[in-house]
Design a protein around this ligand. Structure first.
Ligand code: NAD
Length: 256
């Protein structure tokens, strides 16, 4: 039986952990070859490196490339690594960092770091992949934004700014790349259970968790696999007429 991502070659930034790891495993199970581009290959939540797991679980070709997405050279190397498997056809710009702050106390260094990873990393990751996709037969670029890219949250001013930027960069890229058969879309996760939301900003497992869940119609956090489902749709031919779109996966949090 044909698999939905057969013949696809995906580069996934931040694919060692959390949402990126779930996307990588699902893509491989659905037939894609996978390059994991991350600053580390050990998952933040523990366990075997994603590329080793994919090797065990699937027939997919897979590689890990050490890559800091705030470096344009690193991103170029990560995308180039996919050439070995036939060339990138799906780029998932997933790597990101999240922390809260007092707006009046935010320091330049922290602002620059988040901008460099969350925005510059997406911009140049998309550029490196798109250059190849334009030369080849097109492709799909998926950028990870957030519900924080749709509305402002006072304790996350910089994060909201980066994720809003990802949304509008995506629309503009879709406009430029549409005639080249390259589709560009965002996914906007709500509260998803990863190290980011258990440790970096303690929501899950904290005393505020119940109050937070009250604001979500589904009354629970989402799982990384539920974002992977959305990513498979945007990577595959099933979304062949979808570009410049925001896919919100948040248990109903934003619109209710
Ligand atoms: P995570 O912290 O579990 O995993 C992030 C991964 O990115 C890690 O493997 C980390 O090593 C990697 N990474 C960090 N900095 C990097 C860099 N400079 N270069 C390359 N890799 C780097 O986070 P997650 O929850 O899986 O989040 C993934 C994406 O989804 C992020 O862009 C995040 O903003 C977004 N998001 C997450 C949630 C959530 O609730 N977890 C909600 C909305 C959006």
């Amino acid at each position: 039986m044909t698999q939905v991502l057969e013949d696809e070659v995906a580069v996934i930034t931040g694919g060692a952990s959390g949402i990126g790891r779930a996307i990588a495993r699902r893509f491989a199970a659905d037939g894609a070859d996978i390059v994991i581009a991350d600053i580390q290959d050990t998952p933040r939540e523990g366990g075997k490196p994603t590329h080793e797991l994919i090797d065990e679980e699937t027939e997919a070709e897979t590689a890990y490339v050490e890559c800091d997405v705030s470096s344009v050279d690193d991103l170029e190397s990560a995308v180039a690594a996919a050439d070995e498997f036939g060339g990138v056809t799906v780029m998932v710009n997933n790597a990101g960092i999240f922390h809260g702050e007092e707006f009046l106390e935010t320091e330049e260094e922290a602002f620059d770091r988040m901008m460099n990873i969350n925005v510059k990393g997406v911009y140049f990751g998309a550029q490196a992949a798109a250059r190849r996709m334009v030369e080849a037969d097109g492709g799909s670029i998926i950028n990870l934004s957030s519900v924080a890219g749709l509305e402002g949250a006072g304790e996350f001013v910089t994060y909201c700014g980066t994720k809003g930027a990802v949304r509008l960069l995506t629309y503009a890229m879709a406009s430029v790349l549409g005639p080249e058969d390259v589709r560009v879309n965002t996914i906007h996760p709500g509260l998803i259970e990863t190290t980011m939301t258990t440790d970096d900003v303690s929501i899950i497992g904290s005393e505020d968790e119940d109050a937070f869940l009250e604001s979500i119609p589904s009354r629970r956090a989402g799982q990384p696999d539920e974002i992977a489902d959305a990513a498979v749709y945007l990577a595959s031919e099933q979304s062949s007429y979808v570009t410049g779109e925001s896919l919100v996966v948040d248990g109903g949090m934003t619109n209710t």
